[in-house]
Design a protein around this ligand. Structure first.
Ligand SMILES: *Cc1c(COP(=O)(O)O)cnc(C)c1O
Length: 361
């Protein structure tokens, strides 16, 4: 069967280049006579993969030397508590901007540990925009300030970062990491599950400023203390070995095939424009997000009725364009067009939307 174009929000599609490399090396990784899946995480062969992965991530993202890179498990969800357990240790206060469901979960989870404040929210309009911030409402002595950098479910993104002064800025970058260059030095901590834009499920990457390490709250479980993982080079317990290897292949692809994150962004912009340009002139389909805050990665859209949405989704699936259903909490349609989605996938989607509009408009 031909491969489909998979618009899933995550786990999501991978570049064929990566899948083929993984397939080629599946039984015998570079003459070792073993699969990467079978390797001890403490073997020399595996340590080389993990070291190269970190070095390449540092190079691709431009991560400064005073930042640690951790390869953990537990998903972004675990970071919702790991961040407060490690950072909410001074004033015990933190600021959160509530721009969607993930930001809400992060806020609720952190609120179990301290005085967390919702400094702004876009809930009044179903999270269809990034709220304007009033710095006078920020908590001056907050231990950190948290944002969700790209809102996977609602399709908004921060194009301008909040200026938090000396308060450390923490970002959930699960659905936009590696989609374009970000200035890492503007953040104190970035975390991301790998299964959206960096590889496969099972790996969570945390990038954090050195001085944030080593101040976990009393009673923090060992596995949730950043210092433990820093001290053990992410090998305190067994790391997600195969997922780290896939991230390394993704980085090979970005470096060797794409040409780095500036080129990646260019590609992603052109790709997203195909869909947004269509939505902007369509009389049947409508994008649900304010233009200035549109995500390059997740594009939610609707027809005038739930029945037409369902009819469109069925036709798309039959045409090999799959997983276009909106998040179960919002309905409608959503095209997740991460790094691995080729422009042809979006062009085929738009061609189908155009046909559908002519037949149903
Ligand atoms: C998917 C997602 C999450 C949840 O990630 P898990 O890895 O399933 O824990 C959190 N935040 C954002 C922005 C996401 O896209």
């Amino acid at each position: 069967m031909a491969r489909v174009y998979n618009f899933s929000a995550g786990p999501s599609m991978l570049p064929e280049w990566v899948l083929k490399r993984a397939a080629d090396e599946l039984l015998d990784y570079q003459g070792t006579g073993q699969s990467v899946m079978e390797m001890s995480h403490r073997s020399k062969e595996y340590e080389q993969i993990m070291d190269a992965c970190e070095a390449q991530l540092r190079q691709v993202m431009g991560i400064p030397d005073n930042y640690k890179v951790l390869f953990l498990q537990g998903g972004a969800w675990t970071q919702f508590s790991m961040v407060p357990l490690n950072l909410l240790n001074g004033s015990g206060k933190a600021d959160y901007v509530v721009t969607g469901q993930w930001a809400t979960k992060a806020f609720q989870e952190a609120s179990r540990y301290g005085a967390c404040k919702e400094v702004a929210s876009s809930k009044d309009k179903t999270f269809s925009y990034i709220p304007k911030l009033d710095p006078s409402t920020f908590t001056p002595d907050a231990d950190y300030f948290h944002i969700c950098l790209n809102n996977t479910i609602y399709g908004t993104t921060w194009n301008t970062l909040p200026d938090t002064g000396s308060v450390p800025l923490v970002a959930d970058a699960s659905s936009c990491i590696l989609s374009k260059p970000y200035d890492v030095s503007k953040f104190a901590l970035i975390y991301a599950g790998a299964q959206k834009n960096m590889g496969i499920a099972g790996l969570t990457v945390v990038i954090l400023r050195e001085e944030l390490v080593g101040h976990a709250r009393e009673g923090t479980p060992t596995m949730l203390d950043y210092a433990i993982h820093v001290k053990n080079d992410s090998k305190f317990n067994t790391p997600p070995t195969y997922a780290i290897y896939i991230l390394k292949l993704m980085l090979d692809w970005i470096q060797q095939e794409i040409g780095g994150l500036t080129a990646m962004e260019q590609r992603n912009r052109e790709k997203a424009a195909v869909l947004y340009d269509f939505l902007d002139q369509s009389k049947l389909f409508r994008g649900t997000v304010e233009k200035a805050d549109r995500s390059l990665m997740n594009v939610p859209f609707v027809t005038p009725s739930a029945e037409l949405d369902a009819k469109f989704l069925a036709q798309a699936k039959a045409a090999g364009l799959v997983n276009l259903k909106g998040h179960r909490t919002v309905g409608g349609c959503r095209a997740s067009i991460y790094n691995a989605m080729p422009k042809e996938g979006v062009e085929q989607l738009v061609a189908l939307m155009d046909r559908f509009e002519k037949e149903n408009g």
